[in-house]
Write a protein that binds this ligand. Structure first.
Ligand SMILES: [Fe+2]
Length: 342
């Protein structure tokens, strides 16, 4: 067996770092935080430095405020370990954890602020994949024979009402039993999902099935956590949409059905009133135009995207307001706030 040998260049670089830092010994509950900050502050990236500073401050405060026990710390470590271990190419337990803690919705709201006249965003969820086929408008995205057929007819415009042509639109939903395609061990390929392109009028339409409520995966660590907290795992009936078009802020959103039993208690906090729709019925003209049965289920919605520039300006404005309210002297760097130390 070859003898182990550490890389000599690493020890030399490490000694140089030590020389530039104050001595760090006998650290206490009172001074550990500032010392970790000092050693992390060597990065030339001001945003990384700021994020790590705040992460360590809040982690340390959590421990100090709660008098965190070693057993609880270890339980937390083991919990995060199990969250990682259950992840696969098609199962994303960390996103699920972020979702049930409300972090996903919070980050989306911060990073993609919407002016009042545009479509609100919501959680991506753990079931978006990149394997959906490009489909032509009017395609049927679901092969589930038990699902209630549902025609979906939408428009896509900018805030001035101008149609947006050629946007890439991902749509995805569960089958009638409340499972996404990726939740089936033996599956032939993508189902209940498609990628569409808006036409010259900004219109897009497809055939799907009426969404149903479903529980988020609760056979893993996140499910165990919900049980401990006496929380239910259900999401109200919804259909996901994701829009991408050069020059526009990406929009991740969903439409929810009104009067769903879980409309006001979504396990991942995604429901917004502006995204709740009434399930309609296809009229005779639509039946003829789209080749579906008159009287069958119908979802109609007009989506509005904001431009990159509009989103960036609003994001910066809100960031500076938030920093001012916190009493911090900040400046923007590459579109994100960092401490203003000058
Ligand atoms: Fe979903």
């Amino acid at each position: 067996m070859a003898a182990n040998k550490h890389d000599d260049s690493v020890i030399e670089a490490s000694k140089a770092i030590v020389a530039s830092l104050p001595p760090m010994k006998d650290l206490t509950t009172d001074n550990i935080t500032e010392n970790v900050h000092a050693i992390n502050s060597q990065t030339p990236d001001p945003r990384l430095k700021y994020l790590l500073d705040r992460l360590v401050v809040h982690l340390h405060e959590l421990a100090r405020e709660t008098r965190l026990s070693t057993d609880e710390w270890m339980a937390g470590i083991m919990f995060l370990t199990s969250v990682g271990q259950i992840c696969t190419d098609v199962r994303q337990e960390f996103i699920l954890l972020s979702d049930v803690l409300g972090l996903s919705l919070l980050v989306d709201s911060i990073d993609h602020p919407k002016p009042p006249n545009s479509t609100e965003g919501t959680v991506l969820g753990p079931f978006h994949t990149h394997e959906a086929p490009h489909s032509t408008l009017g395609s049927d995205i679901s092969s589930d024979p038990d699902g209630e057929p549902c025609l979906v007819v939408c428009t896509l415009k900018d805030v001035s009402g101008k149609p947006i042509e050629g946007a890439k639109i991902d749509v995805w939903e569960t089958d009638s039993k409340g499972f996404y395609d990726v939740q089936y061990q033996e599956r032939d390929g993508p189902d209940g999902r498609a990628v569409l392109t808006s036409d010259k009028n900004g219109d897009f339409f497809f055939k799907a099935i009426v969404p149903v409520p479903y529980p988020i995966p609760h056979d893993g660590p996140v499910g165990k956590l919900l049980k401990l907290l006496k929380r239910h795992p259900y999401r109200p009936s919804h259909m996901h949409f994701m829009f991408a078009k050069d020059g526009f802020d990406p929009l991740i959103t969903a439409l929810y059905l009104r009067n769903d039993p879980f409309e006001s208690s979504d396990a991942v906090f995604g429901v917004k009133d502006s995204l709740v729709v009434d399930l309609g019925k296809v009229n005779a003209e639509q039946a003829k135009k789209y080749g579906v049965k008159e009287g069958s289920a119908l979802i109609e919605y007009d989506f509005v995207l904001v431009t990159d520039q509009e989103a960036q300006e609003l994001r910066e404005k809100k960031a500076m307001e938030a920093m001012k309210a916190q009493g911090r002297k900040m400046k923007m760097w590459k579109g994100l706030p960092i401490p203003d130390l000058d």
